[in-house]
Design a protein around this ligand. Sequence first.
Ligand SMILES: [Zn+2]
Length: 631
Amino acid sequence: MRKLSMRSLALIIVLFYACATGPKPLEPSSRGPVAAEALLVHASYLAADSLFGRRAGTLHELRAAEYIRREFVRYGLEPAVPGFFQSFSFIDRIEMGPGNALSWALGGVNEHTKLQSDVDFRPLGFSASDQAEGGLVFAGYGISATEPEYDDYAGLDVTGKVVMLLRYSPDGTNPYGPFGEYSPLRKKVLEARERGAAAVIMVTGPADDDEDYLMNLRYDRGGYAGLPVVNLTRQAADRLLAFEHLTIAELQQEINATRLPLSHEVPGVNVSITTDLVPQETESRNVLAALPGTGSLKGQWVVLGAHYDHLGWGGLGSGSMEPNANAIHNGADDNASGTATLLELARYLATNPPTTAVALTADQSTGSPGQSMSKGGKTSPGNRRSIMFQAFGAEEVDLLGSAHVTKHPPVPIDSIVAMLNLDMIGSLAEGRLLIGGAGTTPLWKELLPVLNSDSLNLAYGDEGFGSSDHQSYYLKDKPVLFFSTGEHERYHRPSDDVEFLNFSGMVKVGQLVARVTEELTTRPEPPVFSRVVSSRPVTRRGLAVTLGTIPDHTWDGEGFRISGVRDGGPADKGGLKTGDVILRFGETEVQNIYDYMYVLQAAKAGVPVAILVKRGAEELELEVVPERRRD
Ligand SMILES: [Zn+2]
């Protein structure tokens, strides 16, 4: 048993107390803006094993939401939406429907041989739910590469055919090898679809896995492939190839040995495939509370936000850094730390509504030219903007919660003057605090040094984009501030536990946020939004070029929907707008976000590309010139 430090002993007593009876609410009024012991109680409850990592759409996430609501009620805050909960549903997983079928017949013979669904074959999670029939073609790894020179489609016509492909590449499973960029399943399917295939069959060769199993049915939120895509066991695939006395093992061995394709039509075999996938929706919710303002500024809102969900048990596709761990990801720093601090700020501001712009105080004390802070100045007492506290659900699922509340805001989006986001503020080290969005209004870099009375080491990042909820508000042209102490070795791992949280650091961060909030709610002029012209394009890893588009992850229709474009980027220059859906890029049809990524991967910097977009009811032909990605 690991030796218990005094601190862990104290922790155990509080935890025992908290878990045994549920957190005993501490008196709200008497404390400063943010109290460490309250943070400890909130974070211990939210990051306890009993909430099983608060995965979006689960009962455990709901229990966390109920806890947050109870606290908001206790502080006397008003519901910003009836019952405080703004629910939204999203596709969480996908299941097989009853209609999946696969059979084949030898040329001219009517009798079809059937394979067994979920035993011999299973659709892939991004398969269309559709029916297809056609002659069988074996197309190796389905790779058409220039570097290294290797083409499974050379001299092969797969129009209207059912194309059987091997997973991975002649180099095996190495994603970083020369064939790495050609190996993703979705890339192979796009390649086959763009060549006219009617359906795709995926098989794992024995060189890559000696176990003959079917891939798990997994939903990757990337949209559907536009045609049936199924995975067959090797055994089942060999039954389709039996007429030409070949096996997957022999074909793969030969290709890997010679590095030469062995693609061919399988004479006389006609395959019929029906795929039936049923998306399963689940529900999450944002917890929204309001502290109404007073006087002439009451109609304007400052949003304080933090996401309260995390990864649950982790697993493939969850975002876990240990996807095979299958353990509770407690998410103490991510983001019980931000949620606990949001609760403390809500408690404090509810009992101590801001009266005057704080920055002034600093002026008077230091005599520094604070008065000149752009239109800071004095408000007549009694004029105060309203504050909305937003605890976001499903942040770990492509920022769905904040994307939802910015699409369906409880108050007019124009009345929101700024958004402050707290995500992972529990690991303050050497006073280093990351401040994202610092360039989204000139006010931030004027204000923060004045309010930084704990002399934190503020590290500014100008970008309003980023992998947390402030991005959803920046996309609505709102000045945003992102507070974070940054990633660490426990990030998105089961080890992200309460005992590692730096509570005194969270207090300091919380108090800075309190001061910024007091200033924002009382200063006469709201901050002026400025769009950040960033040198670093917002792109996905491994892309050499960029268009500067922001994907809309809430979109599950056909095509690639844009939720924003980077100012001055190729997309912006090409006339693309928020809400546009890209349907074709050059010659390639774009059915989903992955198709878009792969065609972008093949695009050349400086070479104009014609794209087809859907804007509302109309379709537009535009031209964009991709830019080289600069790291
Ligand atoms: Zn987070």
